[in-house]
Design a protein around this ligand. Structure first.
Ligand SMILES: Cc1ncc(COP(=O)(O)O)c(C=O)c1O
Length: 479
């Protein structure tokens, strides 16, 4: 499908694609039921990125012109022909409140040889063998686990192990103060459903984790992004902002932050907690990466200093153990936790007993040793990536070396051309995350996120070198 795009136009590329297709649909040129090209296919033919096409499709869907369903594709809506009284026509004008920042997760990465886009660890480094063996044993020896719901709050034995796990990390709570969730993504969602309503003010770091942005957007929150520096969220700026709009909630990922890799300093952690106390609001401390430090352990968690229950702490085991098991732990004191347990029961009646049982012995007996080895492997990758950056990164490209975590956050000379870079990289079999999805709305960002842990080490090195050479060529072509 061809669409004339004016790259010099003040109208954004997604808007141009959306308007053109909307016009073709309303004029009848594109008939109801017609399947639109795949995001990837249209991106290739228009020489734009998949981000651009998916933004355009999301807008068309919001305007009721098309219907997209995962795995099937996007189709021109039926009501364009028959009116909304066909059997399912009503659905097309049925408002939804789904945010769409996470659309990038639906891109077709099947042909990507060098996947740098997802903050994840290569399966070869994860303890899938022992966890799988426990799972198999549970299925044969305790099949009744599949026949029961279990406790909404989570398996008591696992909560007890989580308690022991958190204690040396400065978090001293009882297992009654902990709840098991399906990843910290569910934890964030439960907090938002319980405590955030339309118009409530939620502060986040700029940039922030896309999954959290979507959750708060879905609640109709007023999201305010607070700038960061090398010590994390600028709490001085946040304090001034709070004077004008008191916070309902502050979301932070203070340690090896996704996407920037920055770690919040201890004084900032203390001041943030003081601020939450003075405003009597909640902090969500999302902490999936703190065990993945390269040299020295990061500062203590904000939760470890929380005496009066302002912090809802989330410890995910997705990044470090097995994302497919969907195991995280939420720690919160007082009646905040009981309200979250009520939300969990309404959401899914409790996490699966099989996956809770499968990770339990590993976390209990083998985790600390394993984490040591994992840290060493990740550090080696990060150092190799750092060396390649030093050698091949073009002038004008800046980055900070993270002291832990999974990501490199590269700053390019300008936001212009990142879309094109995405297309060029894809042609070479390389994927990355464009930084603008880490902000709300259409903020153009001159950053990109590269995850150095998603591939085998040698592949990562080959892919990164290829990417940096491509980036150099690309930036030269813009000069
Ligand atoms: C900062 C942060 N929080 C939460 C999540 C969600 O992880 P999970 O739901 O697998 O625990 C991610 C995943 O990328 C993340 O980076």
């Amino acid at each position: 499908m061809h669409i004339d795009l004016l790259r010099s136009s003040a109208k954004s590329l997604p808007q141009q694609i959306c308007d053109t297709l909307a016009q073709r649909i309303t004029s009848g040129l594109l008939q109801p039921g017609t399947r639109l090209p795949s995001v990837r296919g249209l991106a290739v033919s228009l020489k734009v990125s998949q981000v651009t096409v998916s933004k355009a499709y999301a807008d068309l869907e919001k305007r009721g012109h098309i219907i997209c369903s995962q795995g099937k594709g996007c189709f021109v809506a039926e009501h364009e022909r028959n009116g909304p009284d066909t059997r399912t026509g009503w659905q097309e004008v049925y408002d939804d409140y789904l945010p769409r920042a996470q659309l990038w997760r639906n891109f077709d990465y099947s042909e990507v040889e060098y996947p740098f886009h997802m903050a994840a660890i290569h399966s070869g480094l994860l303890p899938l063998g022992p966890i799988g063996a426990t799972m198999a044993q549970l299925v044969t020896e305790q099949p009744e686990l599949m026949a029961s719901y279990g406790n909404f709050q989570g398996n008591l034995e696992l909560r007890e192990i989580m308690r022991k796990h958190l204690q040396p990390r400065g978090i001293t709570l009882s297992s009654a103060d902990l709840m098991i969730t399906s990843g910290s993504q569910q934890g964030i969602d439960l907090v938002a459903r319980t405590f955030v309503g339309p118009g409530d003010t939620v502060y986040l770091e700029a940039p922030s984790y896309t999954g959290a942005i979507d959750v708060f957007a879905g609640r109709g929150a007023e999201m305010i992004f607070v700038p960061m520096d090398q010590e994390g969220m600028r709490v001085d700026v946040l304090t001034r902002l709070c004077d004008q709009r008191p916070p309902k909630l502050i979301y932070t990922n203070p340690t090896f932050q996704n996407p920037s890799g920055v770690t919040m300093s201890m004084p900032r952690r203390q001041r943030l907690l003081e601020l939450a106390r003075s405003y009597r609001c909640l902090i969500v401390e999302d902490d999936p990466f703190s065990d993945l430090y390269f040299r020295t352990p990061p500062p203590p968690s904000i939760k470890s200093m929380d005496e009066d229950g302002h912090v809802v702490y989330m410890k995910s085991f997705s990044k470090v153990l097995a994302p497919g098991c969907r195991i995280a732990c939420v720690a919160a004191a007082g009646n905040i936790l009981s309200r979250l347990i009520a939300a969990k029961s309404a959401s899914d009646l409790g996490s699966p007993l099989l996956t809770q049982g499968a990770v339990l012995p590993f976390i209990s007996h083998k985790y600390e040793n394993y984490a040591c080895k994992l840290r060493a492997a990740l550090r080696r990758r990060m150092e190799k990536a750092a060396k390649l950056l030093k050698q091949y990164a073009p002038p004008g490209v800046a980055w900070n070396l993270p002291e832990g975590g999974l990501n490199l956050w590269l700053q390019l000379p300008s936001a212009a051309g990142i879309d094109r870079l995405h297309v060029l990289a894809e042609r070479e079999g390389i994927s990355f995350l464009p930084g603008d999805v880490c902000y709300a709305g259409d903020t153009p960002s001159r950053h990109i996120r590269l995850c150095y842990s998603q591939m085998k080490e040698a592949d990562m090195e080959r892919g990164l070198k290829l990417f940096l050479i491509l980036l150099d060529k690309h930036l030269n072509s813009l000069r």
